[in-house]
Design a protein around this ligand. Structure first.
Ligand code: GLC
Length: 406
């Protein structure tokens, strides 16, 4: 019998590729044949459990193609133009190759978890040279985000396309995308392609132009940002870059305070649409991200866990955690993609948040159910929260995060 760790290691090695002297991991060879930014951070964290030097190489590759403003792109195509052209619908491939305004990568980003990933790798072997090597790239990325994506008056970062949240079709963005609660995957894709066309007209200038079409201060993005700015401060301080350390500490505080002020009411936090100045009411798993960021009081955290996570009506399905609350009219447990099915990265974020607040039993149950999903249905992209059935891409890497539920 192979242990779960053996199976994860085999999957990670099988999905590994190398191009131009870089090595990286495909999230799923059939369906996702490129390198994705936040996936690679998850991969590095998974790999650090059995091969720290490969984990470092994963990040080296993911960070190798910054955009001109220093921001790291969410996909690197690694020269697979044919794969890119044929990827998804024909039009999508065409857009991907021609409309980003850059060659070989996309021109949008994903949740900024990179500094956390670097720090986690560093914790394994204390290799300061690795920190020194990564620091300038990270510095340019976070300064780029703070410059292009954070509003002066609110200190919240905004995303310009739902894909930047990592949750491509989450119902959090339906109103901004002009979509009804029930719509097809094609309709969602069409709207996201509209954003790319508008952005091309903007020449990918986020602050003054792309933001007119879509600007959402998303909750996970901002929680991950403030936490990672804190890690930037730690890294800078270790490298004796005191000015940088205090700059990143201050910006981390600003983002943290802005989340509390603008996104949260009595411990329930939501995304915020900057164009309509309205809070986004749709409830998805993102409601639990403040636990991961340690943003709530003990009382608020307890209420969030009791009233939302452990509620059979909302998130406590047979196999938690549904990506969208079961109470939402958009909830679709099979074909919903981010509108119902369970994804492993959210389970990992919520596990970490629960541990942080001492909800060890609930965290343990989530871990056990996550393992059960893998045992039952293998390494799939998503799972039906009601039955545990696997959905979407096969040989998908995110299940490996269970190694980091500790
Ligand atoms: C899907 C997910 C996104 C991920 C990508 C590659 O688009 O929504 O979060 O980065 O697949 O796995």
């Amino acid at each position: 019998m192979h242990t779960l760790q053996d199976r994860i290691e085999t999957l990670m090695w099988e999905n590994r590729r190398s191009t131009d002297g870089f090595t990286y991991t495909l999230p799923s060879p059939e369906l996702y044949p490129f390198q994705w930014l936040w996936d690679s951070c998850f991969h590095a964290i998974i790999l650090s459990h059995f091969d720290v030097s490969t984990a470092k190489n994963e990040l080296r590759a993911a960070f190798s193609r910054p955009l001109s403003d220093g921001i790291l792109p969410h996909i690197i195509y690694w020269g697979s133009d044919t794969a890119a052209t044929n990827w998804g619908r024909e039009m999508r491939g065409d857009i991907i190759n021609k409309a980003w305004g850059v060659i070989g990568t996309s021109a949008i980003t994903q949740p900024p978890i990179m500094a956390y990933a670097v720090w986690r790798i560093f914790e394994n072997d204390g290799d300061e040279a690795f920190l020194r090597e990564m620091y300038p790239i990270l510095e340019a990325h976070y300064r780029g985000i703070l410059k292009d994506r954070v509003l002066d008056d609110r200190a919240l970062a905004f995303i310009v396309n739902p894909d930047e949240s990592g949750e491509d079709n989450s119902p959090r963005f339906d109103i901004q995308q002009g979509l009804p609660a029930m719509h097809s995957a094609d309709q969602s894709l069409d709207r996201r392609l509209d954003r790319i066309r508008e952005h091309a007209v903007c020449q990918f200038q986020a602050r003054d132009c792309m933001s007119k079409y879509f600007a959402v201060a998303d909750l996970p993005f901002n929680v991950i940002l403030f936490e990672s700015l804190g890690y930037m401060s730690k890294i800078a301080s270790l490298l004796k870059l005191e000015d940088d350390a205090s700059y990143f500490a201050t910006t981390a505080d600003n983002v943290q305070n802005a989340i509390k002020q603008t996104l949260c009411i009595e411990g329930v936090c939501r995304a915020y649409d900057l164009n309509s100045s309205q809070s986004i009411e749709t409830i998805t798993w993102a409601i639990f991200m403040p636990l991961y960021g340690g943003l709530l009081s003990e009382d608020e955290a307890k209420r969030l866990v009791d009233d939302w996570l452990l509620s059979d009506q909302r998130f406590w399905s047979e196999f938690p955690i549904p990506s969208t609350s079961m109470e939402e009219s958009s909830f679709d447990p099979v074909g919903g993609f981010w509108r119902g099915p369970v994804w492993m990265a959210p389970n990992w974020f919520v596990y970490k948040g629960l541990k942080r607040y001492g909800f060890d039993d609930v965290a343990e149950t989530i871990k056990q159910k996550t393992v059960d999903l893998i045992e039952l249905s293998g390494f799939r992209e998503q799972y039906n929260p009601l039955t545990g059935e696997g959905i979407g891409a096969k040989n998908f890497t995110w299940g490996g995060l269970v190694l980091d539920m500790e």
